[in-house]
Ligand binder design. Structure first.
Ligand SMILES: O=C(O)CCC(=O)C(=O)O
Ligand SMILES: [Fe+2]
Length: 209
């Protein structure tokens, strides 16, 4: 797989690290009990994490039925269930930090890590809410850490209304919370701009998908 990321031997390897969450995450209150927390640059030295994620970690091209044909979903996927070792230690640290920061509000830990690899601007995810589990009926949180090329996360209220746009760059954090999965939808649109690979790491509580 050629993904266009070519670290040079002259790169100064900055060790991946988390910056504090408290007092730095900005909450954007949306309508109908939904909110989005955003912290650009939460992770520093993200290159080594990106490199690990672009490695051979078992990315799969899922297929789905579309009318009378089966088509490949336009991104690669890798799902880490409870207890599975994540491909870079910083990701376990990130989950621990998210638990410490959000547990009082969320009331339970983040357990799974779903990952999407957008190989270039043709990869995307269409408008949807993460509503396959308890999130169909309950408030919850989905915390996303983004690595690689910047792509915007778009949100819009279900049924119409003014949307929001959050740029997601290398090492940025975004958390969708409250009723966001039920009352709003989100997507990562395709782009004709030349963009390199982006990986999204989504932490969710058990039973939320
Ligand atoms: O790429 C992203 O950050 C969002 C992915 C997403 O919405 C999903 O997998 O449910
Ligand atoms: Fe989603």
């Amino acid at each position: 797989m050629t993904l266009g990321h070519q670290p040079s031997m002259f790169d100064v390897a900055e060790e991946a690290a988390l910056t504090p969450l408290r007092g730095r995450v900005r909450r954007h209150v949306l309508s109908r009990g939904a909110w989005v927390d955003h912290l650009p640059g939460w992770v520093t030295g993200s290159d080594e994490v990106l490199e690990a994620l672009l490695g051979d970690i078992g990315w799969r091209a899922d297929r789905r039925q579309m009318y009378d044909r089966e088509v490949a979903v336009p991104r690669l996927l890798r799902w880490y269930g409870r207890g599975e070792v994540l491909p870079h230690p910083l990701l376990a640290e990130a989950r621990t930090a998210l638990d410490a920061h959000y547990a009082p509000e969320l009331g339970e830990p983040f357990v799974t890590a779903g990952m999407c690899l957008y190989r270039d601007g043709r990869d995307s995810v269409a408008w949807h809410g993460d509503r396959l589990g308890r999130s169909r009926t309950e408030d919850t949180m989905v915390a996303i850490v983004s690595f690689g090329s910047p792509r915007p996360l778009l949100l819009r209220p279900v049924g119409g209304g003014e949307g929001r746009r959050f740029p997601l760059g290398h090492g940025d954090l975004v958390v969708m919370g409250g009723s966001c999965q039920r009352t709003w939808e989100h997507c990562i649109p395709k782009t004709t701009r030349r963009v390199g690979p982006r990986i999204s790491v989504q932490f969710r509580p058990a039973g939320v998908a």
